[in-house]
Write a protein that binds this ligand. Sequence first.
Ligand code: PLP
Length: 355
Amino acid sequence: MIRLAWPDVGPEEAAAAAEVLEGGQLTMGEKVAELEGELASACGVEYAVAVSSGTAALHLAVLALGIGEGDEVLVPAYTFPATANVVALAGARPVLVDVDPKTMNLDAGRVYDGVTPNTRAVLAVHLFGRPLDWEELQNAVPPDVHLVEDAAGALGARWRGMPCGGLGELGCLSFHPRKIVSTGEGGAVTTQNGELADSIRRLRHHGISTDGEFDIPQPGFNYRLSDVLCAIGLVQLRRLEDLWEARHRLAKAYTARLETIVETPGAAKGDRHGWQAYVVQLDRRDQALAALREAGIEAQIGTYAVHRLSAYADQGPFPGADACYERALALPFHSRLTEGDLDRVAEVLDKVVSE
Ligand SMILES: *Cc1c(COP(=O)(O)O)cnc(C)c1O
């Protein structure tokens, strides 16, 4: 069986976790601030706030901007549904915007069309780690619309040399096992804005004030990340360049085998793909998925067309998102794959395509 994902964690991560366990301070200890400091520098920003998941990061980003009832937030129609869910859970309306089926990222022209007087923000995704063209996005919306990055899969990616996760007013990261840096579950919000950082710190910890007398000015959550997981995250983050190199090499090896068979992924010229996943596109996707599974190879659809979920079914049509939803295929992608494994994947796809 060739697995779809396999987090690259080993003895160093285990030792870091063991040290915290032995120290007895399992949460709200010093590992949190240490991880936050290194995340902020990795993204080229002043502040990072560690939270319990990428979804928690997105939720707090929306709430910290004061978005709620009566507000609209533009969200790609093709993304992991958490991007839309957090907007709805904040009481605002997620307005779906179609994607460019080639890049699978937001189509800037459609973003422009989606803006109304009620638009407060865009949740812009770098899908599968491919940097979204940030300048096109900035030009598509009025300057008072907040730009929030869903960089859940884009730690290590760069747009024109600048780290993804540091491009927006707020950036949201995930450390889920299918992301490049993994703590099992985990996430963070990044920002240059000290007030927003403070607000996110309060909201992740029940709403409790971060200075002065004990007070709760606004109710919050427990969205904290434990010291055990922060310690693992620190080791992972210090390995980020190596983890990225390994994924970059693997992506090149896949592309060399597949570029004449299917549409292979890549970044725009001058950008660096983050390689959260290796997602190809092809017409006979469902047949390919079945054939891979039949051959003992775990594969998966890319992600979801949000307007095809019942919670969001009142919007559309979105032909770009439909095309991605029907054609995208995520291939096994992790550091334990061998050249032989890649050959097996390519062989199965070649057979399906030429049938
Ligand atoms: C993984 C992912 C999320 C959710 O992150 P979790 O840590 O699993 O909550 C949100 N958006 C995108 C684009 C993702 O890839």
